[in-house]
Design a protein around this ligand. Structure first.
Ligand SMILES: Cc1ncc(COP(=O)(O)O)c(C=O)c1O
Length: 390
């Protein structure tokens, strides 16, 4: 565990608590809670003795039924064809199950950079190695680099679209190519699609599991955390090839037994409300995104922010060389700490996402109201100017 990176959101959270009044553009959460129907269902479930007992590891029937219908209708994933569905305690747990199920000690998992920090942590904890592969200037996949990174120990390539931390929506053609590459080379394609509803403008989400021939080597993971404001209820789900059923159930049974039953009941009610619940929130986030892009654009040439079409993140690159910065003014963690202490605004430093070649920060705009985001970005702009030039 000493070799594994500390959970950065907790590290930054501790700093934020020391400086009251800090606006957090740190944690990747949404500002809204679950649908009322979910809360009512959870309340009613308390009176049902079944809520208080262990239930089947795959999930409770009503939730499995609704997820099956959703996967069919929205993701074009047919569970009848050699695939299994499991409800997990969030997509993080789905990822841990996937890694434990497909690897042996010392195996390699390819993570395009930037990656989601908990993915790297999970691979490291499983005694495996992450292989970092660069993406292009817009954080899109580079097939040549992915292909070149495959070794006899490679077990999987991970894609996250829409992406945390870059906000990039990966092109459908590149996802198809990765899926075909994995199939041809005997690898799994782990597709993290927890931000599937969060796309802006003309960007569209592509479900990797819907591609022809994907069923035998694709592990898709989803979450209610963002779509339904459900982060604290810990409900996610995964679709995986039937041949992994026994391995994944061993992991689930050992770590979790089953996802919390009251949360599953609430999730089934949320699914009953459906995607329409998130739509007004996504429209609002689109407006907030425009504000963020406009304000951060003013930082050029000191900082660059490629327009991101998805999730609720942007990855800001600080051109510290142009600011003639000293080492003290160019270390992302030092700058992040100074932004909190001196300017009361929090962002997440890039090294947590594998961005070590340059000075990067993730800006998250999902958790705040419009006015607060504008104030937070204003502080960030002022703070970055002061720290790098002052
Ligand atoms: C890419 C990605 N995957 C998974 C998760 C975890 O989601 P959950 O709350 O379902 O565990 C997150 C949360 O921020 C995420 O950004």
């Amino acid at each position: 565990m000493d070799a594994i990176q500390a959970p950065i959101v907790q590290v930054v959270g501790d700093l934020i608590r020391q400086v009251p009044g800090t606006i957090s553009l740190g944690q990747g959460v949404v500002h809204y809670g679950p649908p009322r129907e979910a809360i009512d269902a959870a309340r009613a479930a308390l009176a049902d003795p079944a809520t208080h007992e262990y239930q089947d590891g795959l999930g409770i029937p009503i939730l499995l039924e609704r997820l099956t219908a959703k996967l069919n209708a929205e993701n074009a994933i047919d569970l009848g064809r050699g695939r299994k569905l499991m409800v997990t305690a969030g997509a993080n747990m789905a990822f841990v199950h996937a890694v434990l199920a497909i690897t042996q000690l010392g195996d390699e998992i390819i993570l395009p950079v930037p990656f989601y920090f908990n993915h790297e942590m999970a691979v490291d904890m499983a005694g495996c190695t992450t292989v970092r592969v660069p993406t292009d200037d817009h954080y899109q996949l580079r097939l040549d680099a992915l292909r070149a990174a495959i070794t006899p120990r490679t077990r999987a390539i991970v894609t996250i679209s829409p992406n945390n931390p870059s906000g990039a929506v990966l092109s459908e053609s590149s996802l198809r190519e990765v899926n075909a590459l994995c199939r041809d080379r005997g690898l799994y394609h782990i597709a993290d699609e927890v931000y599937e509803y969060f796309t802006y403008g003309s960007a569209r989400h592509a479900s990797v599991g819907s591609f022809a021939g994907a069923e035998a080597h694709t592990i898709s993971m989803y979450s209610l955390s963002k779509a339904y404001g459900f982060a604290g209820w810990r409900i996610g789900y995964m679709v995986y090839p039937e041949h992994l059923a026994s391995a994944i159930m061993k992991s689930q049974d050992t770590i979790l037994v089953c996802a919390p039953v009251v949360s599953q009941v609430a999730a089934a009610a949320a699914l009953g409300v459906g995607r329409a619940y998130s739509e007004p929130h996504v429209r609002e986030l689109a407006e907030i995104r425009d504000i963020v892009l406009g304000q951060l654009g003013a930082l050029a040439p000191l900082a660059e922010v490629p327009a991101a079409d998805g999730a609720f993140y942007m990855l800001l690159k600080l051109n510290v060389r142009s600011a003639k910065a000293s080492a003290e003014r160019s270390d992302p963690m030092t700058i992040a700490e100074r932004l909190i202490r001196e300017h009361k605004v929090a962002v997440i430093p890039g090294p947590a996402f594998g961005m070590t070649d340059g000075c990067y920060f993730r800006v998250a705009y999902g958790a705040l109201q419009k006015e607060t985001v504008a104030e937070g970005i204003g502080r960030l702009v002022k703070g970055l100017r002061a720290i790098t030039q002052g």
